[in-house]
Design a protein around this ligand. Structure first.
Ligand SMILES: C[S@@+](CC[C@H](N)C(=O)[O-])C[C@H]1O[C@@H](n2cnc3c(N)ncnc32)[C@H](O)[C@@H]1O
Length: 274
């Protein structure tokens, strides 16, 4: 009978190969080790406190970790393109140039819950300046514990996104805002876009069915985008192993200042969507 160690080794070896072949070609064995630490922390905490739903270890690795890594892929592509444009070297920038740029890049994961997509993105791109925002205190205690075990410098904010959006330390200072399974799109845009610098990106994870109706000009959030000063840049579809659903990322780019009244007070973006 296979020992648990052998089963886990195979599970993580397969995961590493999957990520290299399908998401991030430069993904390393050291990064897989970090995912093992995060996996153990999540499983340990989940026994006492319902942090995240998954039925099997594979589901945790693929439906949650691999899904989150798609945000890292988009960030890498955007940074490579920006760096290449700066150096006049389109289409490919050198790895070291990208890694130097990454150091000053500020990323916020809004409604991070048990850390997704923020922690997998930090594992993939450890130089990023990562902040996780989560309103539930117990989840923040977990996030602090995971950060410590991983040896990272992640900032955890136990606050509502609406408050962060009005704080001068964060408002219009962030390069990338990430979000997965937090709220409907209009309130999600209202809490995310005010944080972005002009030229910054909001990357939101969705299932394709919910996004398909949005592809033709996003009619349901047209007004929100106009008010907040952002545009849909692209929709990136992808599949995850053994999952029936089709997934996608919606990538928004901010093009002008957001009026000071947004985000409105806590709860209002959900109750009265723009
Ligand atoms: C369904 S969970 C998803 C968590 C994680 N993003 C993931 O994909 O696993 C949504 C999380 O967002 C948090 N949340 C929702 N609205 C928020 C807000 N306005 N500010 C801060 N956290 C919020 C909730 O407390 C919850 O932990």
């Amino acid at each position: 009978m296979e020992s648990e160690i052998m089963i886990n080794t195979k599970l993580f070896n397969d995961f590493e190969r999957y990520v290299q072949q399908n998401i991030l070609s430069a993904f390393t064995a050291q990064q897989t080790e970090k995912f093992k630490i995060y996996f153990d922390a999540l499983k340990e905490w989940n026994e006492k406190f319902n942090l995240i739903h998954f039925k099997t270890d594979e589901e945790l690795l693929y439906r949650h970790f691999a899904d989150s890594l798609h945000s890292a892929k988009v960030i890498t592509e955007i940074l490579s393109k920006q760096q290449a444009l700066k150096q006049g070297l389109l289409p490919l920038a050198s790895k070291s140039a990208v890694s130097n740029t990454v150091k000053s890049i500020k990323v916020v994961d809004l409604g991070s819950g048990s850390g997704m997509p923020g922690i997998p993105v930090k594992i993939a791109l450890p130089q990023l300046n990562m902040t996780l925002v989560e309103s539930i205190t117990k989840k923040c205690t977990f996030l602090e514990d995971a950060n410590k075990r991983l040896g990272f410098d992640i900032k955890v904010l136990n606050l509502r996104a609406e408050e962060i959006g009005q704080s001068p330390n964060y408002r219009q200072r962030i390069d990338f805002v990430l979000s997965r399974a937090v709220s409907k799109l209009s309130p999600n845009l209202e809490i995310a876009i005010p944080l972005l610098k002009i030229g910054g990106y909001f990357i939101v994870h969705k299932t394709k069915n919910s996004a398909e109706s949005l592809e033709e000009g996003l009619p349901s959030v047209e007004n929100a985008l106009k008010q907040l000063g952002a545009k849909l840049e692209k929709v990136i579809p992808y599949k995850l192993p053994n999952q029936e659903l089709d997934y996608c990322l919606l990538v928004f780019k901010k093009h002008k200042n957001t009026p000071q009244q947004y985000p409105r007070k806590t709860g209002i973006p959900e109750k009265k969507p723009l």
